[in-house]
Design a protein around this ligand. Sequence first.
Ligand code: ZN
Length: 177
Amino acid sequence: MFCENCSATMRDGSQFCPSCGTKVAGKADPKRQLAELYQRVVQDELGLLATIEEDGDVLFEHPDLGGLFISLNAEKDPECMRLMLPAFVVDATRWASLEDLIRICNRVNVKAKLATLTVHEDANDSVTASVGLVLAAPDTSPDEALLRGVISRAMSSIKAAVEKFSDELQKLNPPTA
Ligand SMILES: [Zn+2]
């Protein structure tokens, strides 16, 4: 490839011309574009600072819930959004038996609108909340307006599921006064 500014020869994939330093105007990276779309929507709609990880995931911190991330796969399925609240309860089996935890999760899941709770027996017996949504036709990035419309609802659903889970857990093990 050649520099648009000075016509110097450049290696394919170079970001800057080695001769004059001009930035290559090349095609935008679809992975980056998708991550930036989510970053923008989280920041605008939820009012929370979001960062893009090296692998393309979008991370943000909720004041009540803690760290959440949106797992994105721009190559395989850009149409899917996976909002995750990982391990919001760790060492859960210290509070209840695994059977009780699974029962509570199932009860919450039946009533939850979008969120799904899962118990991970291996990862320190943690409980994770997630929302998985297909937002576009296959191999198509979601429409920004649609994404803006659903992100708050997805967050509300996770928040409601987490609160319901905590309530049920409390009922199981009333705190000793
Ligand atoms: Zn140049």
